[in-house]
Design a protein around this ligand. Structure first.
Ligand code: ADP
Ligand code: ZN
Ligand code: ZN
Length: 735
């Protein structure tokens, strides 16, 4: 139907179905149909939903007379720039995810429900006439208000954002109530080029300078900034951003976590005078929309965000930086299972801009991309300033007496550091008090009813908790099996280590950092304040403590259990163990005093541990890469996993068996394309559901992609699919 051309409109709606929906454009809109990327309201089943226009196709596969018209056009201008739209399409295809869900699950909530883009206005404060006439002796009794007032008297106008960095909101409110200051809303003004910096850049050290000289900021290129912990990667980021700002473009900076590392945000704010917005899960819906809108309008020149910020619209992108590129948090593990790291490279390519991926422990994928010359490898092998690399010490647990998981020689080292007024970090990747509750008489163990897992003892809360499904119960004091009262909390978690260390060092602050302790707002701030005060203290925590912190006075890092990553069925476990150990160790000796790392292990001779500490991460990674090549595992082949889970123990497996049958009919097993499974997941039963997986691997990405694209619609139609929950994970990070 040639004449139907302009009247059909294809729309993505938030739906788990892997398809788009066709509608009609009503007569009155035919002259100016909404463009791609605009939101429209459409009837969907019995509801009306917000959808995004994909295109106005020439024809439809459906009977035109059955199509319904769209109800309304929400945006006159596309909400998403064309280049970002392309990224979504690419990602939906690559990760085999419904485009509607990909688009809508990443949009700010308020836009999903049809809110308008807010007009961007910057809040500024200035002194009123009354305020300007204030005598020098006034506000004497409110010193905080006085400092704020003095600052406002010296400048015609100061932005609220800037004021709140050093003053409280309460002080602003009080001065306003006294009519001494007033709010002025303004459209954002571009910052003058000679006023970009708030502080001078550092003088780069030699290897920093070499890296900086290499980085080109025009055109697409991927750089892997492989710099040991404390080598000053952030300074390279900052100076690269400065160059980009000087020709008026925006930088998108991705980091794994914002609330855990407020120092990072501060370093960017301290350096530049330009509008900076943050995007992360802790924002209110309104704040998130505002930050998103400021990035889109180009007002925000630096956008600092976590994983999903990769989907932020940018008016004039100039550079993408992705810090701690090895971090697992860049991969979304549910729903739309994308890798923000990989998408960042695709986005940089599509926008024709450079990307810098930084890490002290780069992923094997990125190192391989350097070998293949897809990325340019930049190495910073020395620490900045006076800091030297920490020294490693192995404590053989087989020959030591242990108390609460701590060897006596380790305890002596902690005591020595504290007595020299230094700080200590104790790392244990297990939260709670003890991982097992055990009956001394009959051997009964407290287990989760819904998972193949034990319950963890949380003593402070008096509860037994499953860390996999969050099942909780009050702790028991009597064995349900033999009624004995001799129950033993066996093994160590951070809560127990904290309690014991506090007993050993009653005069020293011992602070715990894990998901339980940081649930209270302000808990993390207390840790930062104590650590930054430089006073002796002991931080005990999980991998939350390994993430990018810079505490200058930590000189000793203790790893209580270095063995946990040595034996696991996941082929990435050695890579992760190396990264974690090096990152934790990297918190030591960042100031002028040399740092030390103690690794407690039952496997002191383990060749991998030995290699890691004697040769360092890069040699370690080389060996792992060689092993991956020999065994044909990623990055030397491409992998996808189809997962299924069901309440009934057989259904998930049956679905996957059918899936394998379909897949083999499309592409029979060959040296190029292989299948493993269905296999039970590493934890077969979790939250009451039985979990299985089917692994697909291909020598070439294209073959695997083609198979998945054909397979997916067939899986949706399988009768077995109705009885299970299933998903596809392309480039899985976990088995
Ligand atoms: P990384 O991110 O590589 O672990 P950071 O960027 O946190 O390292 O830098 C570690 C410390 O070294 C910071 O306190 C930083 O201010 C300092 N630093 C970085 N570069 C220099 C330099 N060129 N001269 C002096 N100090 C530097
Ligand atoms: Zn018992
Ligand atoms: Zn459980």
């Amino acid at each position: 139907m040639a004449d139907s051309k302009p009247s059909i409109i294809r729309v993505a709606v938030p739906s788990p179905l892997r398809r788009t929906f066709d509608y009609l454009i009503p007569e009155n809109l035919l002259a100016t149909p909404p463009q791609r990327g605009c939101r429209v309201a459409v009837p969907f089943g019995k509801r009306e939903v917000v959808g995004l226009v994909i295109e106005c196709p020439d024809s439809t596969d459906f009977a035109v007379e059955k199509l319904k018209p769209i109800s309304a056009v929400i945006d006159q201008q596309p909400l998403l720039p064309e280049s970002l739209f392309k990224l979504f399409i690419w990602a939906a295809n690559y990760y085999q995810h419904p485009i509607g869900d990909a688009l809508f699950s990443t949009l700010p909530v308020l836009l999903r429900s049809g809110s308008e883009l807010p007009e961007i206005q910057i809040a500024n404060w200035r002194a009123t006439t009354l305020g300007k006439g204030l005598g020098p002796d006034s506000l004497k009794r409110s010193p905080r208000q006085k400092v704020l007032m003095d600052e406002l008297l010296q400048q015609p106008l100061i932005s609220e954002e800037q004021l709140l960095e050093t003053h409280s909101r309460a002080a602003l409110k009080q001065l306003r109530e006294k009519d001494l200051i007033e709010l002025v809303l303004q459209k954002p003004q571009p910052v003058a080029l000679d006023n970009l910096l708030r502080e001078q850049p550092l003088q780069l050290h030699q290897s920093q300078q070499k890296a900086m000289d290499a980085i080109e900021i025009h055109g697409f290129k991927s750089w892997l900034l492989d710099g040991v912990t404390g080598s000053g990667k952030t300074e390279i980021y900052l100076q690269s951003i400065e160059k980009v700002l000087r020709y008026g473009r925006q930088t998108l900076v991705l980091i794994p976590e914002i609330s855990l590392t407020p120092q990072t945000e501060k370093r960017f704010r301290d350096r530049f005078n330009v509008p900076l917005v943050t995007l992360h899960s802790g924002l209110t819906d309104k704040a998130r929309l505002e930050a998103w809108a400021r990035a889109k309008s180009g007002d925000a020149q630096i956008i600092l965000g976590t994983r999903s910020a990769i989907f932020t619209p940018l008016k004039d992108p100039g550079l993408i930086i992705l810090d701690e590129e090895h971090d697992q948090s860049y991969k979304q593990q549910e729903g739309f299972r994308y890798s923000a790291r990989d998408l960042a490279v695709i986005r940089a390519k599509q926008e024709n801009i450079p990307i810098i991926l930084g890490s002290a422990t780069p992923s094997l994928e990125s190192l391989n991309n350097c070998d293949k010359q897809r990325y340019q490898h930049l190495v910073l092998d020395t620490r900045a300033g006076n800091a030297s690399p920490p020294s490693w010490n192995i404590v053989d647990l087989k020959t030591e007496t242990l108390e609460c998981g701590i060897a006596s020689s380790t305890l002596a080292a902690i005591r020595a550091a504290i007595s020299q007024k230094q700080q200590v970090l104790v790392f244990l990747n297990r939260r709670g008090f003890a991982p097992t509750l055990l009956c001394h008489q009959c051997g009964w163990v407290a287990e989760c009813r819904s998972c193949d897992a034990r319950l963890t003892v949380h003593r402070g809360r008096g509860r037994l908790i499953c860390h996999h499904c969050n099942y909780q119960q009050r702790t028991v004091h009597q064995c349900p099996s033999c009624q004995s009262r001799e129950l033993i909390a066996a093994g160590e978690g951070t809560e127990r280590s904290e309690a014991w260390l506090q007993d050993c060092f009653p005069e020293t602050p011992v602070l715990r950092v894990d998901r339980d302790s940081t649930r209270n707002k302000g808990a993390m701030q207390k840790v930062f304040d104590t650590a930054n005060s430089g006073e002796p203290c002991i931080l005990v925590g999980t991998q939350m403590l390994a993430k990018g912190h810079h505490f200058a006075n930590i000189t000793l890092v203790v790893v209580l259990d270095a063995d946990s990553g040595l034996f696991s069925a996941d082929f990435r476990s050695h890579e992760r163990m190396g990264q974690l150990l090096v990152q934790v160790a990297g918190r030591s000796g960042r100031g002028s005093t040399a740092g030390k790392v103690i690794l407690q292990t039952h496997q002191p001779e383990h060749p991998l541990l030995q290699l890691l500490i004697s040769q360092g991460y890069s040699q370690y990674a080389k060996l792992l890469l060689d092993q991956r090549q020999l065994t044909q595992l990623p990055p030397f082949n491409q992998m996808a996993i189809i997962r299924a889970e069901s309440n009934n123990p057989n259904q998930a497996e049956m679905f996957l068996r059918a899936a394998r049958g379909l897949a083999e009919a499309i592409a029979p097993p060959s040296p190029k394309l292989g299948y493993i499974g269905p296999l039970p997941a590493l934890m077969e039963k979790r939250a009451g559901r039985f979990r299985f997986l089917l692994q697909l691997s291909g020598q070439r990405r294209g073959d695997l992609q083609q198979l998945l694209s054909t397979l997916c619609p067939q899986l949706e139609r399988l009768p077995e699919a109705r009885k299970v929950r299933w998903s596809i994970d392309v480039d899985p990070q976990e088995l």
